[in-house]
Design a protein around this ligand. Sequence first.
Ligand code: LLP
Length: 435
Amino acid sequence: MSDPTTSELLAARPHLAMHAMDGLLLEGVPLAAIAREVGTPCWVYGVGTIRARYAALSRALAGLDAHLHYAVKANDHLAVLRVLGALGAGADVVSEGELLRARAAGIAAGRIVFSGVGKTERELRRALDEGIAQVNVESAEELAMLSGLATAAGRVASVALRVNPDIDAGTHPKITTGIAHNKFGIPLGEAAHLYRHAASLPGIAPVGIALHIGSQILAAAPYRAAFARAAELVRGLRAAGLAVGSVDCGGGLGIPYRDEIPVSPEAFAGAIRATLGGLGLRLLVEPGRWLVGPAGVLLASVILEKQGAARILVLDAAMNELIRPAMYDAWHGIVPVSAADAVRPVSPADVVGPVCESADTFARSRLLPPLAAKACVAILDAGAYGAVMSSTYNSRPLAAQVLVHGERWAVIRERQKPADLWAGEHIPPSLMQVE
Ligand code: LLP
């Protein structure tokens, strides 16, 4: 199947448009102007798109006692957290850093849940001090640790047990989490016993169960299967006289990067309704990618085009900015920013970054027009798991980030300066002596 064309990619993304004079627009703002002023590589996120997606997901969940906890890992920028927090979202965090970021962005502790397979004592203590809503505990060992810490702090931790439902979400092996051999969660068969045990532990108040079966999930069936297992567990626990007030349904809603038809928010909500709907539960959902992925692009400029075994376009962005293609063989749309470029005849090109790794390849045999040096392209759907997964490999400074807000835009993270790359590094005095 051939790749979607530029016009097909844009037609499927209402927040993007090609203007005859101004070139590619994100929410009406010309990306060429941002690239010119801020330089490239540069991430650009649209507030309007994030808000619209939040509203769509909330609408789909209406009628359920459902609460959105944005998975901060997808894009942890304070401004993004601020936008979502202001809409009423809570946060799903997986580290002390994410917890403090969410708090710094104004998300109340009572709207924060803490997930993760290896929370440290320090992180759990911090979570207790902040008084967050819930800790999603992933093992008997963690439960014991939390009980000790809570007791010492004179607090009671609200706990959900994260179960591993042993459901294959049908997604990339590196981002599936709910199969028995994955490191996540408590085996379903042990959950009831551990829940009862939790109820007997000091400093622990078991409030519910949690699950998250993977990411970039495209079908409703794995959700339905996993939620059905969760419902069965809830019924079993209640029959045994234990109180279960909530189920955290996790995140994982996929988005179309190429031409995938993902599970709709309505189908996701339908899976919840059909399985957990009648149990009088408070329901939590933890979407990350779905809310912010489509809202962002990574702007890059062509450094040069070379002819190897194939036509090769070398960009100034690389795998250290967007690692998804290298890590998951992910497909991201690549669109010329200039309208004149966008209408010229296309031919296949490999699109690569300058990093010294063959994996530093954004696309192979991608149909693109001739692009001169300095021509700008937008790598699409880079709002989630983009900047957050960046590194400074090859001593490449972290790229700038920009937020489009109505007709305005603002730099929300300055491009890192080269000297910042070694800030905090020390050469031991013994090495400074002349030998
Ligand atoms: N909740 C938990 C417990 C999670 O582990 C995750 C993601 C989420 C929620 C949010 O999932 P989402 O709705 O964003 O799919 N770096 C990979 C994705 C890793 C996802 C890890 N966990 C990628 O770029 O595709």
